[in-house]
Design a protein around this ligand. Structure first.
Ligand code: ATP
Ligand code: LTN
Length: 331
């Protein structure tokens, strides 16, 4: 049987949150033993909003170390930095010619980010999904493990692939999003109707994978909940439902089990328990990231090797594409 291919990425736009961990990274770790996996650091996507150059560089290295600390194993997956593989930008250009401006203007994330960064609605922000389609399609990806917020982007990648295949003949495999059952959308601790996001201007809204124990406990203690004191997940009670989802994801239990554990207990006690459960999972990841960051040579070696493998795989698809669209390659 043909080997299935997995592709995913995260932006080095800050430190990863527990949302990124539960919705994405943690599942990548599970998938790497079964499939051929490519995991990237999407620095080209990150600059679609303003980044401080020195910070972007630092976040990129820190994210690489964090990927490894979370359990990605370079002998089982290809781990690399997007901008080190020029084929992404090259394929993006070709795909731009089979993508309509109107469909990009309708993308939820574009509308959202345009509102949040009204002073910087640049072409890159609008082109974000096409670059993401290029990422995915270059590797002939079958499955894209992402959080729910990214499903629209994976669907557009599929549409673009289908359109290209129809216009020029079969070239790309059609990708599909892979969404986890629990934790695919962890919500903000301050505004539980909103997705938890690493670039939120209020640091109390998210828990970073790098937050120390006291910070984690404090953020959960301050998490917004309603005045009702029952610890059950219900429609209309976004705050407590979100805390329960986080607890289940980190304690590896079902909602029924969690509700039973906390039956008759107060919010204070529950919030402390959630904080402690999360902090216990984060502690070893943080220690491992710190250890890895002290060995810059090792990290650079992993990334260089990853980029080399990625370039080779990507070039196979890109050459095919260039041939199909009619780019002259000599006799
Ligand atoms: P930013 O705030 O900079 O837009 P982000 O926190 O949304 O970033 P990304 O780098 O865009 O993070 O996403 C990395 C992965 O994490 C994606 O697969 C995304 O779907 C997933 N993800 C992001 N936020 C959450 C969340 N709150 N719950 C579950 N998964 C999430
Ligand atoms: N846009 C994604 C990050 C990303 C990605 C990808 C995810 C860039 N390229 C390719 C899956 C496949 C995000 O998480 N915001």
């Amino acid at each position: 049987m043909e080997e299935k291919i997995i592709y995913s990425a995260a932006q080095p736009s800050g430190n990863l949150t527990i949302g990124n961990y539960v919705g994405a990274i943690r599942n990548w770790v599970r998938l790497q033993s079964e499939y051929r996996c490519f995991f990237a650091i999407a620095d080209m996507h990150a600059i679609t909003v303003k980044q401080e150059p020195a910070e972007l560089r630092r976040h990129t290295l820190e994210l690489a170390a964090l990927y490894l600390a979370c359990g990605l194993d370079p002998s089982r997956c290809v781990l690399y930095v997007q901008s080190q593989v020029p084929q992404h930008a090259e394929l993006c250009w070709v795909l731009n010619t089979v993508t309509y401006v109107g469909e990009m203007e309708r993308m939820t994330q574009f509308k959202d980010k345009s509102r949040r960064h009204a002073d910087n609605i640049n072409m890159g922000l609008m082109d974000y999904p096409v670059l993401m389609a290029a990422d995915i399609l270059l590797y002939q990806t079958d499955y894209v493990p992402v959080g729910v917020d990214q499903t629209q982007h994976v669907e557009i990648a599929r549409d673009i692939a289908l359109r290209f295949n129809n216009r020029y003949s079969e070239t790309f495999r059609l990708p599909q999003a892979l969404i986890v059952k629990n934790g695919a959308k962890i919500m903000s601790l301050q505004e539980p109707e909103k997705k938890m996001s690493k670039s939120d201007e209020n640091p109390n809204a998210f828990v970073s994978l790098l937050d120390d124990r006291d910070t984690v406990l404090r953020k959960f203690r301050r998490a917004v909940t309603d005045s009702d004191n029952r610890i059950v997940s219900e429609e209309g009670r976004a705050g407590i439902s979100n805390l329960l989802a986080i607890y289940c994801a980190f304690a590896n239990c079902t909602l029924q089990e969690a509700e039973k554990t906390f039956e008759g207990r107060g919010y204070g006690e529950f919030k402390t328990a959630v904080g402690e459960t999360v902090a216990n999972v984060l502690a070893p990841v943080q220690a491992e990231q710190k250890r890895l960051l002290a060995d810059r040579k090792y990290l650079d070696g992993i990334l260089a090797e990853g980029a080399e493998t990625a370039r080779r795989a990507a070039q196979r698809t890109l050459s095919k594409v260039y041939r199909k669209v009619g780019f002259y390659r000599g006799e």
